[in-house]
Design a protein around this ligand. Structure first.
Ligand SMILES: NC(=O)C1=CN([C@@H]2O[C@H](COP(=O)(O)OP(=O)(O)OC[C@H]3O[C@@H](n4cnc5c(N)ncnc54)[C@H](O)[C@@H]3O)[C@@H](O)[C@H]2O)C=CC1
Ligand SMILES: O=C(CO)COP(=O)(O)O
Length: 306
């Protein structure tokens, strides 16, 4: 069965998904901020809306569309991050404005450039509505895009958001030439920080070790196709945040997510040392090498503690 799919946001990810599903025989329509006009017009006559805008675009878009969204029209959210103003994930923001629509999240190790080249990848469709997740799994899979389901959208989003912060830190580590031991240690301790946030937000521990958690962390923290990783290497070279962002020239979700996560951590009393050092470095309060030193000199702990 072919679906009529509308994609909101035609950046790297929205554009890749659009072309992928068009090739699978679905009928695609799209809207991008660049087009201008009213995005509500593309909600008509479709079976699914896929949202692939950056996190900064989610809240304004949700506000703009809340009165026009048909209550039975499913929404698939693909944005990865934590909103700096509300400290919410994308699906939490959509739920505020569209409390009743069928909602699912797509997240996993999905570097757009690799999918665009037809390389194999897997991802997770997550929804509390198991029927919706299975329906989308069946409809949206492709020969080189294998889809799994889970029932943990918040855990899936928390993992997808936080891995960008740790991937950014991995870029710093590689940019400084700190070696394989440092990188592996950073990723393990980073995973422990992701676990703190994921569990505190009500996610399932198993999601941490799935495609949206460990899977996406490994892909993003080890690939120069990742904007977050590349951004980290630029910080290691001594670029400030604005210069590094300008050099990347596309969305780098890890910067705002690091700040939002730290704000949550301060409010909730979580210990997130790597995230904290990333924010200090972004603010120009430490150099990359000082941040590493501060992490190495923290009080000694049991491994289970963050
Ligand atoms: N590129 C990738 O490999 C993947 C990206 N993602 C996620 O998808 C989201 C979008 O990323 P990309 O497409 O890669 O970024 P991009 O920088 O290529 O495109 C960003 C898109 O968001 C739109 N946008 C930004 N602010 C907006 C606003 N205020 N209102 C409406 N639209 C706005 C832009 O017009 C553009 O369409 C991010 O949350 C990213 O983490 C998820 C999986 C893979
Ligand atoms: O989320 C992604 C891959 O799964 C894309 O990562 P970047 O945003 O760092 O390019």
């Amino acid at each position: 069965m072919s679906l009529r799919i509308t994609v909101l946001g035609r950046g790297a990810w929205g554009g890749t998904l659009l072309r992928l599903w068009e090739r699978q025989g679905h009928r695609l329509n799209s809207w991008s901020r660049r087009d201008g006009g009213d995005p509500a017009t593309v909600l008509k006559d479709c079976d699914l809306v896929v949202v692939a805008v950056s996190m900064v675009g989610v809240a304004p878009l949700a506000r703009q569309l809340q009165d026009d969204w048909p209550t039975d029209l499913p929404l698939l959210s693909c944005s990865k991050g934590i909103d700096l103003d509300t400290l919410c994930t994308a699906s939490q923001l959509w739920r505020r404005h569209l409390p009743d629509v069928p909602l699912a999240v797509l997240s996993g190790p999905n570097l757009a450039d690799e999918l665009e080249r037809g390389l194999p990848a897997a991802s997770v469709l997550s929804s509390q509505d198991a029927g919706l997740a299975r329906h989308l799994q069946e409809q949206l899979r492709a020969p080189h895009f294998r889809l799994y389901t889970n029932a943990d959208p918040i855990g899936t989003e928390a993992a997808g958001a936080l891995k960008n912060v740790i991937a950014l830190a991995a870029g710093i580590s590689d940019g400084l030439g700190l070696g394989a031991n440092a990188k592996a240690s950073l990723l393990c301790r980073g995973l422990a920080e992701i676990a703190v946030v994921l569990q505190a937000l009500g996610g399932q521990p198993s999601t941490l070790y799935g495609l949206a958690g460990l899977g996406d962390l490994l892909a993003t923290a080890n690939s120069s196709l990742s904007r977050n990783y590349r951004f980290g290497t630029l910080l290691a070279e001594g670029c400030d945040e604005a210069t590094a962002l300008a050099r990347i020239g596309a969305t780098v979700e890890g910067t705002r997510t690091a700040r939002a996560t730290l704000a949550l951590a301060e409010r909730e009393g979580w210990q997130l040392p790597i995230c904290g050092q990333v924010v200090r470095l972004l603010a120009g309060r430490v150099t990359a090498r000082q941040a590493v030193q501060e992490l190495m000199q923290r009080d000694l702990k049991a491994e289970a503690a963050p």
